[in-house]
Write a protein that binds this ligand. Structure first.
Ligand code: PXP
Length: 239
């Protein structure tokens, strides 16, 4: 069965909307783990729009499953990762003006820079995942620069509005997952996955882990975090 890594960034988004000290993303992480989350994900952005360093440090102490830090491959973030030592770093592209991560990291353009970041993190004992589009050339570079894992960007599939577009994007993900596995990369998937779109991944055994945030935190507002995570775990169990 694939694992579920729960992203709690948007609990911090709500906190930052008021500039006060609640809701607490660490409490959300504990509730998610209680309900069976296999990992907790946070994205520490350069502009600190939701998660801040204090959150990552506390999560490092409290998370019992696996702490996954999403970050850009900047020297500031590498310094923080080497200090806090999450279990895994997922390298993502980052633009200040974006609402959320748009597209995977372009490894063709940034190969040498990302290669250095991968080596730095791996030398410190941190597993490295790279968030990339479902594209054969990108996957080949991820393998070449010695990443442990790839996270396939599922956003284009989840956002597609026609069934033809959805089918095309799903095929790209299936191909990418199979190629990644052939290259001995662990294959994860994430971005935009909700309680409906998760069902499309039925039978795609190459995917080891789903990274899901917005839909779970949105449901949690109405049902509570534990129930929201249990509902998603149940759907993943049925894949
Ligand atoms: N994976 C990556 C690399 C992301 O940047 C995000 C968004 O923070 C997610 C997964 C989770 O996406 P969503 O919040 O749409 O579930």
């Amino acid at each position: 069965m694939a694992r579920l890594a729960v992203n709690v960034d948007h609990v911090a988004t709500l906190r930052q909307a008021r500039g006060i000290n609640y809701p607490e993303p660490v409490a959300a992480a504990v509730a998610a783990e209680t309900a069976g989350a296999d990992g907790i994900v946070v994205h520490l952005r350069g502009d600190r729009r939701h998660i801040n360093e204090r959150d990552v440090r506390l999560l490092r102490k409290i998370v019992q499953s696996k702490l996954i830090l999403e970050m850009a491959a900047t020297s500031e973030m590498l310094g923080i990762a080497l200090d806090i030592k999450p279990d895994c770093v997922t390298l993502v592209p980052e633009k200040r003006e974006e609402l959320t991560t748009e597209g995977g990291l372009d490894l063709i353009t940034h190969e040498s820079h990302v290669r250095e970041a991968v080596a730095t993190l791996k030398n410190a004992g941190i597993d490295v995942c790279i968030f990339i589009d479902p594209d054969l050339d990108q996957i080949k570079v991820a393998h070449k620069i010695d990443a442990d894992m790839i996270e396939i960007h599922t956003g284009a599939f989840c956002d597609a509005t026609t069934s033809a577009q959805k089918q095309k994007e799903l095929f790209r993900i299936v191909d990418a997952a199979k190629i990644g596995t052939k290259l001995k990369l662990e294959v994860n998937a994430g971005h935009g996955i909700c309680y409906n779109s998760i069902k499309a991944f039925k039978g795609l055994v190459e995917i080891s882990e789903f990274s899901i945030g917005h839909s779970i935190v949105s449901r949690a507002i109405l049902t509570g975090m534990e129930q929201a995570v249990r509902d998603m775990k149940q759907l993943i169990l049925g894949l």
